[in-house]
Design a protein around this ligand. Structure first.
Ligand code: SF4
Ligand code: SF4
Length: 381
């Protein structure tokens, strides 16, 4: 069974809590995908934007076929997150095909990595053209890592406001998967409260500081959307016939401060598996699955916290290298892995390790950094 094939799991009786992992694994039944019924969409409000979006929204990053998105939109999914950089620069064009005849039913969020006013204008115009639309609902500053000039830059804010006045963007957001808590607090502490939304890495391995910062942002009426909800989504034999994906999504969505998750969905089986979570509760079986999955991925999963980077004498960008590696190994997207890795200057890449006699960089989560860097060189350099 494909790791992402739709699983409909029913646990035998009320004894599951007593069975332990082996017992539960033996007690499940897996229904065929033919019996799938799309659930009624469940909506939450995206902070002060007032947009009511589906709890499972569409992360388009890995979706090669527009038809998969169209099926989702036909079943009520009403928010899609993209970026032009994904899929070798083609992702927005795929989203454009999916939106044909449906633009008024779907909110569209895209991203810009621009560092200047002129580049923000240029980026948004290029995105509008690629998306074949007159406006995007949310424009996000891509990959804010904390103490990032872009978030506080007056000229970038000026450009965004101008675009809003022109009717080309409706709301402003940021995305973050490094120093998430710091970024979230900065959004709340910003006197202008400029940004309406945040797309944040959040999953069952996230720390308490991130959970608390998410709560604070949501209480400040900033709309919070979760990404990287699967802690990599690595394949593992440790779960037998189980998929961890539904459990991971349920874990995230049980948090009332999260408006929605945007799992990446490659095909219809992914869509079915993910969309089915709407209306489901996180239960004991989910807890067991995540416990097992969390232990299995512990040697691989990088939190992108960057705490190791201060211990490397050569300033290697270990967290971004590990993120690139995750895109290659877990997401199986060479294009995304390569484009992320290419953004790292050669002087901070994994190649630097070749002239380092001994790896003294320390991971606070016990990862073997020299092994990860060697793997990155093999797959990406
Ligand atoms: S081997 Fe380790 S300490 Fe040396 S440059 Fe690479 S990451 Fe840094
Ligand atoms: S390797 Fe460890 S310390 Fe470094 S970013 Fe990843 S989880 Fe954090």
């Amino acid at each position: 069974m494909n790791r992402r094939e739709f699983l409909k799991i029913s646990v035998a009786g009320t004894t599951s809590a007593l069975l332990g992992w082996e017992g539960v694994a033996g007690a499940i039944q897996i229904a065929s995908s033919e019996s799938f019924v799309f659930p009624a969409p469940v909506y939450r409000t995206l902070g002060r934007t007032g947009l009511k979006i589906t709890m499972i929204s569409f992360g388009a990053m890995l979706t090669p076929e527009a038809e998969v998105m169209r099926v989702a939109f036909d079943h009520g999914v009403n928010y899609v997150d993209t970026a032009r950089r994904y899929m070798g620069g083609k992702n927005e064009e795929i989203v454009a095909r999916a939106l044909q005849g449906k633009r008024d039913k779907v909110y569209v969020a895209t991203k810009t990595a621009a560092k200047s006013k002129q580049d923000v204008f240029k980026d948004v115009e290029t995105s509008l053209k690629a998306l074949e639309t007159d406006y995007v609902d949310v424009i996000q500053l891509h990959n804010i890592t904390g103490k990032d000039d872009r978030m506080l830059s007056p000229e970038i804010r000026e450009a965004l406001v101008r675009l809003r006045e022109q009717g080309k963007v409706r709301f402003f957001g940021v995305t973050t998967h490094k120093n998430e808590a710091e970024v979230l607090h900065a959004l709340v502490d910003d006197k202008a409260r400029f940004f309406d939304t945040v797309l944040v890495k959040f999953n069952f391995k996230s720390d308490a500081a991130t959970t608390q910062a998410i709560a604070r942002a949501a209480q400040a009426n900033i709309g919070v959307i979760a990404m990287k909800t699967q802690a990599g989504g690595y394949e593992t034999d440790a779960l037998g016939p189980f998929s961890p994906h539904q459990a991971a999504l349920k874990w995230v969505l049980q948090n009332r401060h999260i408006t929605a998750a945007i799992p990446g969905m490659r095909d219809i089986s992914h869509l079915r598996e993910d969309i089915a979570v709407m209306g489901m509760k996180f239960g004991y079986l989910d807890h067991l699955i995540l416990k097992q999955y969390g232990a299995a991925v512990q040697p691989y999963y990088c939190h992108f916290c960057g705490k190791c980077e201060a211990t490397c004498p050569y300033d290697v960008e270990i967290s971004t290298i590990n993120r690139s590696l995750m895109y290659a190994e877990a997401y199986r997207s060479d294009a995304l892995a390569q484009s992320t890795y290419r953004q790292i200057p050669v002087s901070s890449s994994a190649s630097v390790c070749l002239s380092c006699s001994e790896c003294v960089a320390k991971c606070v989560n016990g990862l073997d950094i020299s092994v990860k860097m060697a793997r990155a060189r093999k797959l990406l350099a």
